[in-house]
Design a protein. Sequence first.
Length: 500
Amino acid sequence: MKKSLAVFLIAAFMAPAYAAPVSAVKAPTPKVVKAKTKAKAKVKGKIGAVVAMSKVPTLEAVKKPPPPQEIKFKDISKKDPNYSLIKKAVLDYQVMSGFPDGTYRPKAAAEGPEIRQAVKQALVYLEKKYEVSLADNFYEPPVVAKPAPPAIKAATKLELASALAQGLKRVLERYEIALPALSTAEAKTVIKDLKPTSEAISDIKLLMHYSLISVKDVTKKAGKGKKPTAVREVLFEGQKKLSRLDLTFAAVKFVEKVDGLIAKLPAEKLGALQKKRAPGKIAAAPMVEKAMIMSRPQAHLTGGWGHIAESASTTGNWLGFSGAAAYGNNFELWKLRGDYEVSGKYGLNQVVYLTAVGGGGAAGGVVAENRYDLDLNTIYPVINFYGFQGKLLLGAKYANLSNSVAPTSFLAVNAGVATVFPLFDRKLLGRAFYSLIPGTTTRNGSVLGQPNLILNYEAGTDLQIMQTPFLVGYMGETMFLNGGTYTRFYNMVFFRYNLL
């Protein structure tokens, strides 16, 4: 009996732990139930909090950067001395990439498109980090319909300097940082293996100022005698071929140097720039810059409308249509180095002519005129100072004015200036040049005479219309006739679209 009672008491005590049926256990008083429920809830709450804390990272865990990723290329190992450099370029800044076969090929020749793409990707990285537009329309890689293995043309150090300088100038312009004043030593540095007239010198000195490109210092002994004078020469070695590793090093340095430059800006200025130049806000292509930097092939189409008037006629007439196309590149001829542009223009005009009648009187007549112009102009750098770019323009013009009353054609010599200058938050392109006509063959001449001097002028700025970038502006021509006694005015609003 005692044994049975002991078993019963033990079972009753252990029953809650084994979840015995309710009918087998005597229910506790409400007071006890309430106390036990609170205790269990308290314990359960603590356990739940521990579980929740194990899932949500602490503040320190949030701030801690993720573990570093690794790059995996067949020809690059962790023991490679350039591993960390390539890792920065590929993973951190995303300015370089490998090949489809899983290789990086650091010793392979770098090509021109690779250089421009690397600089653009550097601008993309900085744009995302600081939220100020930089990479828009900087470089668009060519679209190849059928990829074929083209002949590899190794890029040179001079090409790298050009791309880096354009990228740096874009940063300085968008962040409203003035071009630095070179020290006396920097200004007087003579780059021995570049011609004094080379436009690249100003770009190279700008890059040297920010330690973005290297030069070679050579000390030579000059003079005769026991104590020859040591002469320091600076060599750029612009024709030196570049490897992909050279490009990797240059791209990483560009990102880090420019990043440090931007980081020094006051927070107030940076905030204002982010509002004014948020990514996507500046979408118009920099056609103004392209018009002044013709270091690569480019072409454009121009169209517009306006009016024509002659000083001896009181009638002004609308220009029916005008269109133009151009191609530009750089050149080096003997000791001359610069950019050139070949442009062709067609105009369909409605003109009032005053033609000679009988004893010298005049009779009016409205005729259609087909006009053809062909210009070959070259430009040479003259000034580049705090956003102002000035270049000397020299060239030649051929024009043919075909009409039924006073047709004419002539050759002329062009001389003038081309400039880019800042105005508020935009850049304006301006050109003005005279066309001097040495002699003209008179054919059915009007009383106004034949042209002997022409003043050409143009001003434009970038503008985006329906997601398409244009250079929009005003162009005109004043044609001095018969020794300047009479004049004809061509005036037109134009729209220009870059094909390249």
